[in-house]
Design a protein around this ligand. Structure first.
Ligand SMILES: [Zn+2]
Length: 267
């Protein structure tokens, strides 16, 4: 038998020891990869005022980084400057950082003068084998233009690469959750035309080992919205909204993962 004093010390020690692994288990900061679309020789879409998608994407990505870091995330950009980065290199580079999530930032464009004057708004995409509509397919084709050509061998089997990716089922369901969370915040903050959460086969979302979305923050080809995309205050609004959506998403999946841990049977 231990003296009462020794017993209470043991209790304190047990409590402290129990506390140690709890601290060690504290969730590490989320790692987020932001992918500013295009760069270098690839301008992406060009606005009526001559503004280039590659520059708008990088500016918004930098602002987004600031807001995500404020949430405590570790943030990496697939390019920091105006340089060419191959689509498949972006994916491989991102995977090496084992990200919690991946966000590709783009601005959209319409092919004809009539459509350029009419179409504006925000779309948020996640990966799927088939596009959710003809305009989604058109957007994916345009964004995939820098991807492997059909002569590039094993990469040319579009369906195979997407099916391989869709096997990562949980990641795919979370990509959808992330897309809806970010999109809702974007529309709420900007009051832009809501062109919805959509799905399409994007090369830059394929093979990512994390929830991944591609945000078309607006139509650079539209005379009004295109100009707005270069406006610092508007870029800031977009960046804040995306960060708010990421925060909502992390709270959603964090709650779910905590529940899983809590209800898991004792070993
Ligand atoms: Zn783009």
């Amino acid at each position: 038998m231990l003296a009462p004093m020794a017993r209470s010390l043991l209790v304190i020690a047990a409590v402290m020891l129990a506390g140690v692994p709890a601290v060690a288990r504290a969730a590490p900061p989320p790692v987020i990869v932001i992918d500013p679309g295009h760069g270098g020789a690839a301008d992406g879409a060009v606005g009526a005022d001559g503004s280039k998608e590659k520059n708008v994407c990088l500016q918004i990505a930098r602002r987004l980084r600031t807001h995500l870091e404020a949430l405590g995330a570790r943030v990496f950009l697939t390019r920091e400057k105006d340089v060419d980065v191959h689509l498949s290199d972006r994916v491989a580079w991102a995977n090496r950082r084992s990200p919690s999530l991946f966000i590709s930032v783009h601005a959209n464009s319409m092919p004809t003068r009539k459509l350029r004057e009419r179409i504006m708004g925000i779309e948020t995409y996640f990966l799927s084998a088939s596009a959710s509509g003809t305009e989604a397919a058109f957007t994916a084709d345009r964004e995939n233009a820098e991807g492997p050509s059909t002569s590039d061998g094993p990469h040319d089997d579009t369906l195979a690469f997407i099916l391989a990716d869709l096997q990562r089922a949980e990641s795919h369901a979370d990509s959808s959750r992330l897309a809806y969370a970010v999109h809702a915040r974007l529309i709420e903050a900007t009051q832009a035309t809501d062109r919805g959460v959509q799905q399409a086969p994007f090369y830059v979302l394929n093979g990512l080992e994390a929830p991944a979305i591609l945000v078309e923050v607006g139509y650079i080809s539209h005379p009004v919205e295109g100009k707005r995309l270069s406006d610092k205050a508007y870029q800031e609004k977009l960046a804040q909204a995306i960060a708010a959506g990421v925060k909502d998403f992390l709270a959603q999946v964090g709650g779910r993962d905590a529940e899983k841990t809590a209800t898991a049977p004792a070993p």
